[in-house]
Ligand binder design. Structure first.
Ligand code: ZN
Length: 153
């Protein structure tokens, strides 16, 4: 019998890493050490200056920051795509949105001058960025998947 694919989830309480079979995500898994319910994000969350460093540092897999602005049409497309990616790649990809109009400090900190822009982190370290709307939505999805499958650690 093939082993179900595993994801790694960090416990928010004790910070221990838990390996969870992907097919058990829906059954509300608990931390093996402290029994706290594990939180597996299946939708994008919103980054703020207060939470961003922790969220990036504690996520052991691939994290995608998406910088958007409300006035930009492309941002609406990539906002919807970010929600799809987070749901379809649950446990493997964490997506955080940053509205540059609401969070100018974060836009400045990451030197974002155009939207949408994307920054990918792997295991807490910045890996690559893409400034401006990708030409093709499918190329963008491939770009994300390639980064997720690249094992650098
Ligand atoms: Zn725990």
């Amino acid at each position: 019998m093939a082993e179900p694919s595993m994801i790694v989830v960090r416990c928010k309480n004790c910070l221990g890493l838990n390996r969870v079979p992907l097919n058990r995500i829906e059954s509300k898994p608990h931390c093996g050490q402290c029994k706290t319910a594990l939180d597996v994000p299946h939708a994008p969350s919103y980054a703020t200056p207060a939470n961003i460093d922790r969220e990036i540092a504690y996520w052991p897999e691939t994290l995608l920051l998406v910088f958007t602005s409300t006035a930009n049409l492309y941002c609406k497309i990539y906002d919807a795509l970010a929600h799809d990616l987070a749901a379809e790649r649950i446990g493997k990809l964490k997506v955080m949105m940053i509205d540059v109009d609401a969070e100018p400090y974060l836009a400045e900190r990451y030197k974002v001058t155009t939207t949408p822009s994307f920054i990918v982190f792997r295991n807490g370290t910045m890996a690559i960025r893409l400034d401006g709307a990708p030409k093709d939505k499918n190329d963008f999805i491939k770009w994300v998947d390639n980064l997720m499958n690249y094992n650098s650690y």
